[in-house]
Design a protein around this ligand. Structure first.
Ligand code: PLP
Length: 274
């Protein structure tokens, strides 16, 4: 990108281009970036949320679906409570977390900062069966149930005064050896058993397919999850949720019926695991 175009691009990102003299582009003097107002060139969480919302809206419209049929789950893992607070101030209510200890601290900090504001917390990380108690206590949803033992413990440990815990069964849809999730041919039997557990509400299926750049390949994996959910419904299991689609492929997921898209980096930026 030429220097002048790159200046214009950064001005568009910061929303400051209107205030700058046009003749600067093409003038013999090189643009001095230090003269730009100090607002960060990266757009804010609020702006990124708006951009993701527009993507969801466009994908839903293209699929003949209503925007309201798709919930945006903001994946805040590795980001601080302050990032959640900024997203919450912009109206975001559902947040996804993968790491239990980090999540518990964040949930507490956010609750203190926003008394009276109800956020929905979704656990979307791998579950160790000896760590189910705090998950059952602190979360509204768990997307990553892939074996009966974990489901039974979550049901036993969910307090009577809480709403039943919303559950998605994670399916290893691409059959990757390294991925968690029940094998597709095990899911029906698992769903039948989970549906009977008293303190759980089985809502649907979740998958993290193998990443593909190609839209048609992205859709094909999501179509498999959708077909599996239809098989379960045909068996009499009531499901209303397909949790699928992330920053790179949420559009394809919505085309295949996603009702929850789990989006991290497109909202909060690149994650730093250091
Ligand atoms: C289960 C799950 N869903 C969604 C996401 C969000 O991914 P992205 O940042 O690509 O949107 C993550 C991030 O690691 C994840 O682990």
């Amino acid at each position: 990108m030429g220097r002048c175009r790159s200046l214009l691009f950064s001005q568009q990102l910061t929303g400051t281009w209107k205030n700058l003299p046009r003749e600067r582009c093409g003038s013999p003097r090189s643009p001095n970036l230090a003269e730009l107002p100090s607002k960060n060139i990266m757009s804010t969480i609020t702006e990124k949320l708006q951009a993701v919302d527009a993507r969801i809206d466009a994908a839903a419209k293209a699929a003949g679906r209503a925007r309201g049929d798709v919930t945006l789950l903001a994946v805040s893992k590795t980001f601080p409570a302050a990032a959640v607070l900024e997203a919450a101030a912009a109206g975001q209510r559902a947040f996804g977390e993968n790491y239990l200890q980090e999540a518990l601290e964040k949930i507490e900090a956010v609750a203190k900062a926003l008394p009276g504001v109800k956020l929905d917390w979704h656990f979307i990380g791998p579950i160790q069966s000896n760590k189910t108690r705090p998950i059952a206590a602190a979360f509204d949803w768990v997307h990553t149930v892939d074996r009966l033992k974990v489901a039974q413990r979550l049901s036993e440990q969910r307090a009577a005064e809480q709403e039943p815990l919303n559950i998605c069964l994670q399916v290893n849809i691409s059959g990757e050896a390294s991925k968690s999730g029940a094998a597709p041919d095990e899911v029906l039997a698992l769903a039948r058993q989970v549906a009977l557990l008293p303190r759980l509400r089985l809502r649907g299926l979740m998958a993290i397919p193998e990443p593909h750049d190609d839209y048609a390949q992205q859709r094909a994996a999501f179509a498999q999850l959708r077909a599996l959910a239809e098989r379960l419904r045909a068996d009499g299991i009531a499901l209303d949720t397909l949790s699928m689609g992330m920053s790179a492929d949420l559009d394809a997921a919505i085309a295949e019926g996603a009702t929850i898209v789990r989006v991290g980096s497109a909202i909060f930026g690149a994650r730093d695991y250091a």
